[in-house]
Ligand binder design. Structure first.
Ligand SMILES: [Zn+2]
Length: 255
């Protein structure tokens, strides 16, 4: 069956002397693998549409009960020009596609996840001062899509707001529920959890509420970025099967 969809290229591998096997994250079919015959010859009809992070329009011959399909046509749908010109932005985009490739199962449509990835790559491409923020917002929204959104506005025990207090004070995030607990309740009930500064909680809350395109201007210090990165990785690993440490994060030069 000939089908068409748009997709983000997650991964591209050489195959034989002239071809590639490409992993796509597609709008209609989720993660899907295709054979791109002739993609490494001088007559390559696919151009640059099979490079990682590219948003492409795809036509393929989709075979029933097979996990490798035949790419028939592929063209760039919208170029993310900034992602390849800026090492920091590229690292962030690569970390996003690496994470999606790790956790999404083959051929499961997931429109919210597709839209999130596409919008996030676009936002990084167009971002201003702090493109790292978009990666944190991406992880927060991904956790929500999987049903594990953080709930950190108020202490889960006493109901006290965690967002209006001194940023230097501390609270705790309970990994299992994603809830925040104030330090008094933590002491009293001995509930465990990961200790975080309220400054981090407040930033996380702003990053999850604001439109993804406008958050790269949110000022977050580098030490806080480092803490957020570690916290969100721990949280995602706890809840989502398949999450491992991201190789691309070592390229996160600013964190
Ligand atoms: Zn409390």
């Amino acid at each position: 069956m000939i089908v068409s969809t748009d997709a983000i290229v997650l991964r591209s591998m050489k195959y034989g002397d002239t071809s590639k096997i490409v992993t796509l994250y597609s709008r209609k079919y989720g993660k899907i693998r295709v054979m791109a015959k002739g993609a490494r010859t001088s007559k390559n009809k696919f151009g640059a549409s099979l490079e990682p992070m590219v948003h492409s329009s795809v036509v393929m011959y989709k075979k029933e009960h097979r996990d490798l399909h035949l790419l028939s046509n592929c063209e760039i749908a919208s170029p993310f020009l900034g992602l390849n010109d800026d090492g920091g932005k590229m690292a962030i985009g690569l970390a996003m596609i690496e994470l999606v490739n790790m956790v999404m199962h083959d051929e499961e449509e997931n429109q919210p996840m597709y839209t999130l990835l596409l919008e996030s790559l676009r936002a990084v491409d167009e971002s201003g001062r702090n493109p790292e923020n978009i990666f944190f917002a991406f992880e927060l929204r991904m956790a929500e899509i999987f049903g594990y959104g953080l709930n950190i506005q108020r202490c889960a025990r006493c109901g006290r707001s965690l967002l209006n207090e001194q940023a230097t004070a501390f609270a705790y995030i309970l990994l299992a529920s994603g809830s925040g607990v104030c330090s008094d309740c933590h002491k009293e009930h001995n509930v465990g959890g990961v200790k975080v500064s309220l400054g981090i909680l407040q930033s996380l809350s702003r990053l999850s509420a604001a439109p993804i395109r406008s958050i790269s201007d949110e000022p977050i210090s580098r030490s806080m970025q480092g803490e957020m990165l570690a916290l969100l990785q721990t949280y995602l690993k706890y809840h989502i099967e398949g999450v491992r440490t991201l190789r691309s994060l070592s390229l996160f030069t600013n964190v």
